[in-house]
Every structure is written in C-alpha cells, then in structure tokens.
Design a binder for this molecule. Sequence first.
Ligand SMILES: Cc1ncc(COP(=O)(O)O)c(C=O)c1O
Ligand SMILES: N[C@@H](CCOP(=O)(O)O)C(=O)O
Length: 498
Amino acid sequence: MASSSLFQSPPLSLKPQNPASRHPPTKPHFATTIKCVSTSTPPPSSSSEHPHHNIRDEARRHNTTHSHHFSARYVPFNADPSSAAAAESYSLDEIVYRSNSGGLLDVQHDMAALKNYDGKYWRDLFDSRVGKTTWPYGSGVWSKKEWVLPEIDSDDIVSAFEGNSNLFWAERYGKQILAMNDLWVKHCGISHTGSFKDLGMTVLVSQVNRLRKMNRPVVGVGCASTGDTSAALSAYCAAAGIPSIVFLPANRISGSAVDSRSHSGAADYLANSLNSLRLEGQKTAAIEILQQFDWEVPDWVIVPGGNLGNIYAFYKGFHMCKELGLVDRIPRLVCAQAANANPLYLHYKSGWDQEFKPVKANTTFASAIQIGDPVSIDRAVYALKKSNGIVEEATEQELMDAMAQADSTGMFICPHTGVALAALIKLRNQGIIGTNDRTVVVSTAHGLKFTQSKIDYHSNDIKDLACKYANPPVQVKADFGSVMDVLKKYLLSKAPKN
Ligand SMILES: Cc1ncc(COP(=O)(O)O)c(C=O)c1O
Ligand SMILES: N[C@@H](CCOP(=O)(O)O)C(=O)O
C-alpha cells in the first residue's frame, strides 16, 4: 500500500523503459507534470490563502491531460487477427456498443505507449495517489486514469471518489469455517451507492459529460437494471445534472437497492455493461487488490456473476498489470452463480464445448444476479479460460447459510457475496483451494441493500429453507426478572463446556 514516505521522497522514476520508443514523451514531460500534481502540490493551508480554490480549480491549474500520449479506442472483442474485424476500430467519442458483426466491443489501450514506462513506474505512480484528495486521483478509479480513459480532461470527470474500498481480512470466518489463514473480502459494496457499479458508472457518466460538453447529441442516459446499476446511474447523472432513466422489473427489486434519485428524460446512451466503458472502471478493483497486497498476487479471486461483465473486468485489470510488468502472474478466477440462474455454470460443466444455452432464471435471494441470458457470456468464457478459472454454483440454502455464517463472524454481506462464499466452501471441501492459499472473495454490494432477506432468514420465515444459522430475536416481558432469566439462559449456552 502507499506509504506516506513516497510523498516526501525524490520524484518518481522518470525514465521510460524503452527510450527508443516511437512516441517519446513530449514536453512538458508527463511524469514530471503528474508528479507535480500528485506529490508536490501542497493543499491550501488555510482558506484565506486560496479563498477561491477548490480541488477542481487546482486540477485545472495543473492540467496534465494533453501532455501525455496515451490513448484508447473501441475494437471488436477478441477479433480473429486474420478477419476484417481486426481492422475495425472506433473513437471513444463515438456512441457505439456493438461491432459491425453484432459482437461485443472492448476498450483497447495503446499498450506500446504504456509500456514506455516500467512496472515500478506504474506501481509507484498509483501508490502515490492513494489517500489524497487531489482531483481526480483521490478516486480509486481515476488514480489509474492513464489506464482507464487517458484522453478525458480531468475537468469533465464525474466522480464521488469511488473505489479504494476496504480489503477485509476474514480472520475468524477463515479459521473457524474454512480452516484458512489468508482469506480476504474485497468490499466493493462499501461505496457511494452501495455496490461495485459505481466503479464503472463514474467512467461512463464522465464520458457522457465530455460528449455533452462537445455538443454531441446525447440527451440522456438509460439502463435496464435489477437495482444496483440503476442506483449508480441515477446518482452519477444527478451529480452531473444529466437526465437519466432506468427500467426495473416490476415487484422484484429491493427498495433500498435502488433509490429515488433518477431523473426523467429521453435516454440515448446505454449504461449497462454491454457498454465496455463501464468495465474500464470496474477493472480497477483488480488493480486495487494487487496494490493492497503491496503488489503480491493472490492465488484465487472469487466473483459472483450475473450479466458477467465484472468477471471479465477483473481479468482485464489483472492481465494489464501483468502485461505492463507490475506483477508476474495473475490469480485464478472463480465465477460463482446462483443455482437458480446458472447458465455459465452449465456451460462450464459441458466443458465449454457445446453452444452456450441461455436459461430461464428462477427467483433467487441473490436478486441482482437473477439473469438467464448474460450479455457478456463471451467475455466471461474468455476470462475464465485465460485465467485457468472455475465456475461454481450455490443453492438458495447454501448462499443464505453462507451469508448468515459470515455475518456471525462480524461481516455484513449481501446474498451475492453469500453465493461467492458458498462457492469457496465447495472448492475448499473438494481440496481445490488449499488452507494456505491467499484467496479474495469479491463482495459486490453492501449488506444494507438486502436487509429483508436477513430479517426473513433470522425470523425462520422462509418457505422450504432450513435457516440453520438463524439467530432469532427473543421477546421478553419488560420486568427485571424476565430479562435476567433470558440473559442467564443465553450466557450459559455460550459458556465454555468442560
Ligand atoms: C450486487 C451484484 N453482484 C453481482 C452482480 C453481477 O455482476 P455482473 O453482472 O457483472 O456479472 C451484480 C449485477 O449484475 C450485482 O448488482
Ligand atoms: N445486477 C445488475 C444487472 C445489470 O447489470 P449490468 O452490469 O449489465 O448493468 C443491476 O444492478 O442492474
């Protein structure tokens, strides 16, 4: 993790790895300018010294956007190099979601330009930006701006300083439930709107903001959602004053999963994960995990999957770190699905060989991943094949029990994270994940978004579910004796047995 000494130490390495590059850094030197913004610009010591300045003004005064030579564009996802699609590309300033053949798109960075700087350079640069309020690098996403949307002007960015989420050492859960020493939960749901969707939405809404400032005809932004995408879209659009509209399945959404911030208006920019801009932001969670382990690579990362954009985003983040020399390998990825909505699991079990078949998704407590025909199926299969990955599934009983057990060790997770933990339990029981394997479970939403399922479980109020770990509330008469009786009974049940 970033140490404060980085801020006092000499400037970051300014030497490009490959001085004979076709694109030598232009003046003012990118690295020098970045260093100036992120490490040597002192914050105003008092409001009277800089009465009119805020962090955006500061960023404007040190604008670095046009002083480097990094770029990115849309290309068809995983195009065969010998096909016509290999020559197809689009500017990120175009509004395009699919390739000519109807396939998915991917954001491709100019890797040759990024490779002019070595792994140490990027590690130090990213570390130097953690824990600051410098615009826009105080965001966990925008602290990796050069790898996300390199060409956007910092002034166009719409950010809630998302990312930099807690990587929680699940000490008690790991030891008691799984006999594991090195189990971690990446709490992506401890975020502005309570889910990992904020990471992608800041990127998408920032690009929309840029296009609108360029007078491109973007009236507003829309999405179809099970709750989390819409909450993120609404909040970021509201912050920027951009009209948004969301489509929700009637009667299937947790009230607290959405919220009421969406504006109305004509929508012509799609904000679901079909839009590959979203994944550029989401991939930074993978980079952040490496950073939080001081650039040591975990053995396993387990991600709950629904529409399947996120599993690819994680792969992309890890792969970029390897390709650019920040680390020397990537973790094995596990995608965890609810058994009631498991098309990827079935495809994996068929050995990936048969044609992918969508399923009809049944009701699951993990409502955000109740998706039978995931848009990013090709991206997910690619990520899992390239990372020697695994797909597991969890029944309603398994995911709810895993969530309750995790909560009883001090977590407060959502049912989707329960799916990921249930998958982990299975892989531990099969001996695939070892006792000392460093394992990260990605928690995708805040437990507070899904409280009704917890209330129902702990009240033993779920039809056909055993609720093995229910901890029901006890009603007591409001007199001293009755309260003491209940306390005694409880404390005796917890006393160590000889
Ligand atoms: C809380 C939560 N977890 C997991 C997912 C699955 O992510 P993905 O659709 O990228 O697979 C979603 C949304 O789809 C979600 O909202
Ligand atoms: N769980 C999602 C479903 C849509 O996912 P997306 O990542 O494709 O937008 C939601 O929150 O709506």
